[in-house]
Design a protein around this ligand. Structure first.
Ligand code: ZN
Length: 279
């Protein structure tokens, strides 16, 4: 890595897991999600990964639910990059409903690049679905963030790139530590990384207790970092996180210690090849 290379901090604000009885600080209404996201941006996050929830706190792909969040964030933090989830909401959202939110023209959207175990269920992302998703994102000028949970997902990204559906430089998020998927180890991260094209950008999302050690590794290795309550409800062992901003602030402190400046949204756009003026 080049010394002093800026780090992009992405905050995954709420995710799609059930809210009951876990961490009362997890935002679960549109207003709470937007407020928490805005605080995270002000703390140093240049990319916000957003899921929407319905009036019962359940994940939804309804574009109107996303719209309420997106409009509130854009009105208060217009520069921050929005990365909307096209996930299945724990299995509640399927087919084209998964990408209905891209009508809001976010700058980025998640692209889960293959099927993967998630505890007792399988998160299904077969290649025909991914072709349709990629086409939908391309049609709207939305940059895919290629989430790789398993090593085969990198091979799949390269195959879709060869089909012309994904384009270089790939923007990759390694997701490590999901139960039943690739473990959050240095060996896995190093191997995954070794398969990327040299011009790809990469970030690490460590789930649960893996978040902090993988953050430290990414900061030292020239990668970017994802944090937030979607990925870890805890700040430290046995201590629930107060907020998304608290988790972002810690990454800012750690980055300062290792000489990585924090990328602002404009720098993040340049690093991630996100076009200006979408939205
Ligand atoms: Zn997510």
């Amino acid at each position: 890595m080049k010394p002093g290379q800026p780090v992009i901090i992405q905050c995954a604000v709420t995710g799609s897991q059930p809210v009951t009885g876990r961490n009362p600080n997890l935002p679960a209404t549109s207003d709470a999600i937007a407020r928490s996201a805005i605080e995270a941006a002000r703390a140093g996050a240049s990319v916000l990964h957003i899921h929407a929830r319905d009036e019962n706190g359940l994940p939804t792909g309804d574009p109107d639910a996303f719209r309420a969040i997106v409009e509130q964030i854009r009105s208060e933090e217009p520069d921050v990059i929005l990365n909307l989830s096209t996930g299945s909401g724990g299995g509640l959202i399927s087919g084209a409903d998964r990408w209905a939110c891209v009508e809001l023209r976010p700058e980025m959207a998640s692209f889960d690049c293959g099927s993967v175990n998630m505890g007792d269920r399988v998160f299904e992302n077969p290649r025909p679905f991914l072709r349709d998703l990629a086409q939908a994102l391309n049609d709207q000028g939305v940059r895919p963030e290629v989430e790789c949970f398993e090593v085969g997902h990198i091979e799949q990204a390269l195959a879709l790139r060869d089909e012309g559906l994904l384009s270089d430089p790939l923007c990759v998020q390694f997701v490590l530590g999901v139960p039943g998927a690739a473990a959050p180890t240095l060996a896995n991260l190093a191997y995954f990384h070794s398969l990327l094209p040299t011009d790809a950008t990469w970030s690490v999302c460590g789930v649960g207790a893996a978040q902090l050690p993988l953050t430290l590794i990414a900061l030292g290795a020239g990668g970017h970092v994802r944090t937030g309550l979607e990925d870890s409800l805890y700040f430290s062992r046995g201590v629930l996180a107060d907020s998304n901003a608290q988790l972002v602030e810690r990454v800012v402190r750690l980055a300062n210690e290792v000489g990585r400046p924090i990328a602002d949204p404009d720098q993040a756009r340049e690093i991630l090849s996100v076009p200006v003026g979408v939205g």
